[in-house]
Design a binder for this molecule. Sequence first.
Ligand code: MRU
Length: 345
Amino acid sequence: MVKTLYLKKNVLKVLDQRLLPSKIIYIACGNYKDVFYCIKDMAVRGAPAIGVAAGYGMYLAAIERKFGDVSDLKKYLRIAGKYLVSARPTAVNLFWAVNRISKTVHEFKGSRVDELRERIRKEADKIYYEDISINKKMGENGAKLLEKNSTLLTHCNAGALATAGWGTALGVIRTAHKQGKIKLVYVDETRPYLQGARLTSWELLQEKIPCVLITDNMAGYFLSTGRIDGVIVGADRIAANGDTANKIGTYSLAVLCKYNKIPFYVAAPSSTFDLTISAGKKIKIEYRNSDEVIFINGYRISPVGVKALHPAFDVTPHNLITAIITEKGVIKNPSKERIRKILGV
Ligand code: MRU
């Protein structure tokens, strides 16, 4: 797989996912505001990838200009952190990564600017590499839930492109495929941004995992035919009770699964849990520009003057979720108590 992002010579190279699958072009980010725009404008997207990018955004802030002393640098980082977290509101990994770097900064008691920069760089690298190993662990945990010859459906892109590598929901599919368990993956196109059509099908084709693309409104039909054994998706924020925010359309899939008695799985790292939020109704849903609904690839598909709405996420209540797969274990029938037990908090 091509890399989602990487740091080279103090420049963060971000794969421009808006151009995929036609073009593989990296945006060179030399400062934290470049990273902010990559996140806001969705050149990089997917909760864990946004977090990893923000970690490096903090590092770029630390090196992008001269600082008189450590407290000067710390002040600048507070401003950069506030700015970065304002890029997108729903994916908690963004806040989590900035908080993690801020903690490193806060705990630094030295007096050398270069030393603090080095600490931040190390922490950002750690977030990057940990993400890949966490995804692989999640893959192993999730694959155990699947039978041989499984046909699954996935929504949006929760693959290598949405993370530092391997993926969450697609990571489980990747691992299960290596174990010979995957017969076919139905890929929801995922209107309006088409992460499924553009990104997930591209990843699956590269891995030679059998897949078939469907439009979102076909999912109900296929789920009613008995051809699909399970639905697996990623997550952007999971409340303390297990209610899960994910790409718009996820909730409808979960309802369809309940009605058709099909397991509905969420795969997410522990960094996607927001235990400060008791239930899903408190999760802030990002509303994006309605032009993203009215235009496809710059082509207007609706009449001039029509109004459109674009909530980018919805919330699936925990009682519709069969299990949440994490790197720490599988949380069956998620509840506040079971989540705390598996996460060890
Ligand atoms: O708007 P996006 O493309 O950032 O939304 C991405 C999703 O909703 C993913 O399913 C989620 O972030 C999990 S990614 C591993």
